[in-house]
Each structure stands twice: as structure tokens, then as C-alpha cells.
Write a protein that binds this ligand. Structure first.
Ligand code: PRP
Ligand code: GLN
Length: 568
């Protein structure tokens, strides 16, 4: 399969369905996509499609004047961890003879988004979808022998951190399924909030599930869809699921990328110099495999890549994007551009705001590595205080450690972070971290720093207090386990034992985002959910883990108070 030839001219005279064309997304104003990228969209032969599909009949975003980076597409140009877990990372590559190896490298770049399992599916020369999946890190799952088993030019890959379904091999993606018209593979970042209901309905109709992952419902919905051709089956399935999804699909001859109408999770598109098209959760993956960033997959967009080129069509209309602000706060790597903004720049500014809003006399600013580093640099620069490395992070301990008991978790922080006495002794120290979830890390850190001789410890947190659990792909604990949901800032200060504590004020965060502010989801700070989480989150009671419909077994009643449903 060769790289797609995108030189054919665009013909877009569609009124129904519409391709993503000149609808405007003025809120997307990233410098990186300020020079519009033009694709040669090959028009789907819609006369052969069942075009009454409502999702394809209204493409423009309602109620906003957003402008797509295209200025004119009618042109011929074209388990029970206590922290917020990372999310999954996805990658898709079309038209490169080294597709699986590039996928493997891209998954390395996305490893911070999931460490439970990794997998790649590649279409071989006989049009067969071949899979390698395994539990653990990318480097543990793949080796040269495994990659040799994946020849072909079309691949998708996934790194997993579970939000629904246990952490076990059978739930490691990509999933591949055969249905009566062929095979399809899927890699999903996000979480379906109506998974349990859909699964029950499908099971009642006879579906047999292989996994306990929410993602599998999509395959059943595709297989049972009455729509033709395949792309409309995908659209049909996506219409039925609710919640967050940035997905790549592979068939014998197509790569398809889809982002949910709210655009909760990121998904970007790039191109290698040989013309190969690449989709990835973050731009850091594009950079690693030398794919040039072209643009985001837009909320509600479906992009199909096949021998005819790149086609873009709209999944469904929606009032306003609701991109996850936590990608900028914690999840994404600082070298990525997410939702059109540099993550590094966001974090540096969060730090600057903290320095302005919550100044304190101090001798040194230190970070809780890794995700607190850039905000600490911003704080130090603004405050005019030296930044130093007061905590050394072990490179051999994962980003989050998944320890079943609190006792062992306490060691976890010590194992991961070691204080530097030379930096801390006798000093008034500002410690910048990106977030406080349960407060475990902060309380341990304050103790470590004080034990190393610090005179004062002032915690500055580069996000607002987290009071709501996430239902859109971040596996935060249930709301009742979130310290900011149970305690005031003063109480948290007492609990973690620091001399002062301040969070990034939400209004300042929104001010910083400016016109783009309404396009973000703040449910974790407000408890107001853009998409109703009908199935409540797992929570721990004593040593028992109660799981809900999202995560599987229900052994107890979820606390109804946990979820405040609000408007968008
Ligand atoms: O309040 P808690 O429940 O302890 O959780 C918050 C901590 O967890 C995250 O760190 P993580 O261990 O994921 O490391 P990272 O900064 O390297 O991503 C985050 O950066 C905080 O330090
Ligand atoms: N973190 C994610 O995006 C998880 C994807 C999917 N819900 C799973 O649990 O496998």
C-alpha cells in the first residue's frame, strides 16, 4: 500500500452529507495551525451511501462562529490507583513500509499516557489484520521478532491505562474483530459513559463479549449496524456511544480517525515526507517519527485515509467543544501541542499566575518532578527566585505507581522522589506540583522536605482544586476520595503539613484561556458534566473496591451524591 496520493482535486458540492469544509472554528487559533493545511478531500460517492444519516446532514458547529483552520476547502489545495491515571495513547499510520516500527516508536513517545499494556495491529500484504498485544510497557511487549511479525504499510497502535474493564491481557488494545464484510481493528482513548447500558442491550440481542472493556461495544455496534458502507457503520456506532473518544480504526484498506463531538481527548494528524499519514494522541509522537504536524482531528470529525486520499466528514454537530483541561495540567508531555496550544507554555503560565496570585517570601523554588517542573520554572521566573532541583526523581519508578495498599504506596513516594539536602537545608522552599488528587504525594513530600532541613515549605498547585471525578477517560478516584472534595484549602494545608498552600484560581485559568475558555471541560473542578455520566464511578470502601457499570462488577450502591449533573 503506497502513501496516499493526495494530488487529486477536491470536489465538494455536498449539501448532505457535508464534509468538514469551511465551517469555522475560530477558537482554534494555535500558531501551529495558523497556516491552513489543505487536504485533497476525495468526495465519497454519497449517492451510493444511505445519505439520510442524520449525523452527516449537519456539519457546521451550531451556535458558534468557530472557524476551521481550512480557509477554503473548496479549493483544490488542499486498577485502583489513587491518582489520576494517565489515559490511553493511540497512533495510526497509513502508507509507510515501516508502519509497525513507526507505530512502535510512536507508542514509546506516548508511553506516559498508559503503561498497563500495549499493542499494534498491522494489515499484511494479504490484507489480513495481524496483532501483537501484551501487558506492560512498550519495550516489554515488543522486540524485533514481534515487530517482524507485523509487516505492512497500515498500522494502528495503543498504550493502555484502563478506565473501564480490568487491567489484563484480554483488555489490551487494539481489538480486532471480524464481521460479515471484513475485519476491523480499533484503538480508543477515552471512556463511554453509557457503556453498561449499550452492552446490556447488545447482550440481550445475542452479542458475546470477549473483554470487559467499554471499547468493545463499538465493534459490536459496527458489526450490527445496518448502514453501508463501512464508514457509515462507524458513524452510526459513534452516534450511539456517549462520552469521550479519540479513536483510530483500521480495516483491510483504510485508516479511520474519529474524535467525539466534544473533543474531550486530543488527536492530531501529521504527514511524513514520503506522504504517509499519521494520527496520534499527541504531537510528541509525530515529532519522534518525523511526521509533520498538520492539524487536529476536529471534534466530531471522521477522517478516512485510503488509496483515494484523505477524506474528512462530520460525525455530528455539537454546541461547543469541551476539551480536557487536564491534558494541559498533567497528562500530556510538555513538548506536545495539545488542542492547538503548547503544553509547556500553558504550564509555564500556570506557574506565573501562581507566583502573582499567591506570592510568599522564599529562598528557592523546587518542582515535584516530572509534571510540576514547567510550572515551577514559571513560578521561579515570575517571583525572581532561583529554581533548583530539590527533589530527584528515580527514572526507574513509573509515572504513577499502582500499589494495592496505602502502606506500600507511602514507600512509593519515597522510592520515586529523593530530597536534596544541599538545596533544602535551612531554606524557605516553594514546592510546585501540578495537582493534588488524594493528597498522598503532597503530604509525603512535605515530610521529606522538612526532614531534609527545610525551614518552611509552601505548596503551590498549578491547577484548581479537583472536586469531581472524571468520566471522560481520566481514571481519577471517585469524588469522595478526592481530598479537595472533603476538605477546605486550610484543612488540606493542615493535613499535608505545609506552611502555606495555594491552588491556581479557576477564574485566572479561564482568563488565561481567553476566548478559548468555553471550549474546555472543567468538570473535575466544578462537578458540572458536559455529558451526563449515567454510570457512576468505582470507589473504594475500606479495602473493598466497589465497581460500577463503567468498571464492571457492582458490589455496592454508588453514592448518588457523587455526581452533580449540570449544563454544558
Ligand atoms: O494527591 P495525589 O493522589 O498523591 O496525586 C497527585 C500527584 O500524582 C501525580 O504525580 P505522578 O506520580 O503521576 O507523577 P508525574 O508527576 O511524574 O506524572 C501528580 O503530579 C501529583 O504529584
Ligand atoms: N484511558 C483510556 O483512554 C482507556 C480506554 C478504554 N476506556 C479502556 O479502558 O481501555
Amino acid at each position: 500500500m503506497a502513501a496516499p496520493n493526495l494530488s487529486s482535486s477536491l470536489s465538494l458540492s455536498l449539501s448532505n452529507p457535508k464534509l468538514f469544509s469551511s465551517s469555522s472554528f475560530s477558537t482554534f487559533k494555535p500558531s501551529t495551525i495558523s497556516h491552513p493545511t489543505f487536504f485533497h478531500h476525495k468526495t465519497l460517492s454519497f449517492s451510493t451511501l444511505k445519505t439520510n444519516h442524520k449525523t452527516l446532514s449537519s456539519c457546521n458547529n451550531n451556535n458558534n462562529n468557530n472557524t476551521f483552520p481550512f480557509t477554503n476547502t473548496t479549493s483544490d489545495q488542499n486498577d485502583d490507583d489513587e491518582k489520576p491515571r494517565e489515559e490511553c495513547g493511540v497512533v495510526g499510520i497509513y502508507g509507510d513500509p515501516e508502519a509497525s516500527r513507526l507505530c512502535y516508536l510512536a507508542l514509546h513517545a506516548l508511553q506516559h499516557r498508559g503503561q498497563e499494556g500495549a499493542g499494534i495491529v498491522t494489515v499484511n500484504n494479504n490484507n489480513v489484520l495481524q496483532t501483537v498485544t501484551g501487558v506492560g510497557l512498550v519495550s516489554e511487549v515488543f522486540n524485533d521478532t514481534k515487530l517482524r511479525q507485523l509487516p505492512g504499510t497500515l498500522s494502528i497502535g495503543h498504550v493502555r491505562y484502563s478506565t473501564a474493564g480490568q487491567s489484563m491481557l484480554k483488555n489490551v488494545q487494539p481489538f480486532v474483530a471480524g464481521y460479515r464484510f471484513g475485519s476491523v481493528g480499533v484503538a480508543h482513548n477515552g471512556n463511554f459513559v453509557n457503556y453498561r447500558k449499550l452492552r446490556t442491550e447488545l447482550e440481550e440481542k445475542g452479542s458475546i463479549f470477549n473483554t470487559t472493556s467499554d471499547t468493545e461495544v463499538l465493534l459490536h455496534l459496527i458489526a450490527t449496524s445496518k448502514h453501508r458502507p463501512f464508514i457509515l457503520r462507524i458513524v452510526d456506532a459513534c452516534e450511539k456511544v456517549q462520552g469521550a473518544y479519540s479513536i483510530v480504526f483500521v480495516t483491510e484498506d483504510k485508516l479511520v480517525a474519529v474524535r467525539d463531538p466534544f473533543g474531550f481527548r486530543p488527536l492530531v494528524m501529521g504527514r511524513r515526507s514520503n506522504g504517509a499519514i499519521v494520527f496520534a494522541s499527541e504531537t510528541c509522537a509525530l515529532d519522534l517519527i518525523e511526521a509533520k504536524y498538520e492539524r487536529e482531528v476536529f471534534p466530531g470529525e471522521v477522517i478516512v485515509v485510503d488509496k483515494n486520499g484523505v477524506q474528512s466528514l462530520c460525525l455530528m454537530s455539537h454546541p461547543q467543544p469541551k476539551q480536557c483541561i487536564f491534558e494541559h495540567i498533567y497528562f500530556s508531555l510538555p513538548n506536545s501541542v495539545v488542542f492547538g496550544k503548547s503544553v509547556y507554555e500553558s504550564r509555564r503560565l500556570f506557574g506565573e499566575i501562581l507566583a502573582t496570585e499567591s506570592p510568599v517570601d522564599c529562598d528557592v523554588v523546587i518542582a515535584v518532578p516530572d509534571s510540576g517542573v514547567v510550572a515551577a520554572l514559571g513560578y521561579a521566573a515570575k517571583a525572581g527566585v532561583p529554581f533548583q532541583q530539590g527533589l530527584i526523581r528515580s527514572h526507574y519508578v513509573g509515572r504513577t505507581f499502582i500499589e494495592p495498599s496505602q502502606k506500600i504506596r507511602d514507600f512509593g513516594v519515597k522510592l520515586k522522589l529523593s530530597p536534596v539536602r544541599a538545596v533544602l537545608e535551612g531554606k524557605r522552599v516553594v514546592v510546585v506540583d501540578d495537582s493534588i488528587v488524594r493528597g498522598t504525594t503532597s503530604s509525603k513530600i512535605v515530610r521529606l522536605i522538612k526532614e531534609a532541613g527545610a525551614k518552611e515549605v509552601h505548596m503551590r498547585i498549578a491547577c484548581p482544586p479537583i472536586i469531581g471525578s472524571c468520566y471522560y477517560g481520566v481514571d481519577t478516584p471517585s469524588s469522595e476520595e478526592l481530598i479537595s472534595n472533603r476538605m477546605s484549602v486550610d484543612e488540606i494545608k493542615e493535613f499535608i503539613g505545609c506552611d502555606s498552600l495555594a491552588f491556581l484560581p479557576i477564574d485566572k485559568l479561564k482568563n488565561l484561556l481567553g476566548d478559548d475558555s468555553p471550549n474546555f471541560c472543567y468538570a473535575c473542578f466544578s462537578g458540572v458534566y458536559p455529558v451526563e455520566p449515567t454510570e457512576l464511578k468505582a470507589k473504594k470502601v475500606g479495602v473493598e473496591l466497589l465497581e460500577d457499570g463503567i468498571n464492571g462488577l457492582v458490589q455496592g450502591k454508588p453514592n448518588e451524591k457523587e455526581v452533580k449533573i449540570g449544563g454544558i
